[in-house]
Design a protein around this ligand. Structure first.
Ligand code: SF4
Length: 242
């Protein structure tokens, strides 16, 4: 056996070339192409530092398709359709609610019932188009009788929520209701939770009341509007004059 390094290098190159020829003979393309990254393996980036739309749309679709077939928790048993998101991921503002209701479960879209119409008016009052923001929920399947998702269900569905938000990477998240705020870890241990900025994986989160609660208790619309104005300040935007 030769101990000459140049001869050894030539031998390595020669066997690599032989391997490639062998792969081509078998009809392959040489060495296998690297697998695309799983949408569950999204590296952490700063707020607003998402990838290009071309990159994240297919990865969000992989997650949505997976959620449509998911049986990770008991909520899969009662669903008509899983409800992944609506709006555009190419946005600086994301709303996270609790879970789908009756109409959402039927249509497979979040916030399309009366609470959704109120959310649309809130979004318009902030100066965004209805589809200019991204809207999703803590759980993707409807809880029975519209109850709050159980911690075990929310924990199972974090399998989707975490990569979903990491892919969109908005500049700000609005948590709609205490359930969303708790699951984004922005509820202080005691006292008031609404209207106090928190942070989820580096993204500022404003917790505020859920639109369904506002339909029952319209007197709380004013503090919610104040919260949304705080959000606009962070986004460096002004609400349109009404
Ligand atoms: S709620 Fe989430 S974790 Fe549970 S079955 Fe639906 S998609 Fe899966």
């Amino acid at each position: 056996m030769s101990s000459n390094p140049e001869n050894e290098l030539a031998a390595v190159i020669s066997s690599a070339q032989e391997l490639l020829r062998w792969e081509e003979t078998l009809g392959g393309q040489g060495f296998p192409a690297p697998k695309p990254p799983s949408p569950h393996e999204t590296p952490l980036a700063g707020p607003g530092a998402r990838g290009s739309d071309q990159d994240i749309q297919p990865r969000l679709q992989v997650l949505a398709d997976e959620a449509a077939e998911c049986t990770r928790c008991e909520l899969s048993r009662g669903r008509t359709k899983s409800v992944f998101a609506r709006g555009t991921p190419d946005t600086d503002l994301v709303f996270v609610g609790e879970g789908p209701g009756f109409h959402e479960d039927q249509q497979g879209l979040p916030f399309v019932g009366r609470a959704g119409q109120l959310l649309d008016r809130m979004v318009a009052a902030m100066g965004y188009d209805r589809d200019g923001v991204y809207i999703c929920n803590v759980v993707k399947c409807r809880p029975p009788d519209n109850r709050t998702p159980l911690p075990v269900e929310a924990a199972a569905c974090a399998h989707f929520l975490i990569p979903q938000l990491d892919l969109v990477r908005p500049k700000t998240i609005v948590a709609l209701g205490r359930c969303a705020a708790e699951n984004l870890n922005v509820v202080p241990p005691a006292g008031r939770w609404r209207g106090i900025w928190g942070e989820w994986r580096g993204i500022p989160v404003m917790p505020t009341y859920h639109p369904a609660f506002l339909l029952r208790s319209p007197q709380f619309k004013k503090p919610v509007w104040e919260d949304l104005q705080e959000v606009l300040k962070v986004l460096n935007r002004a609400a349109p004059k009404r």
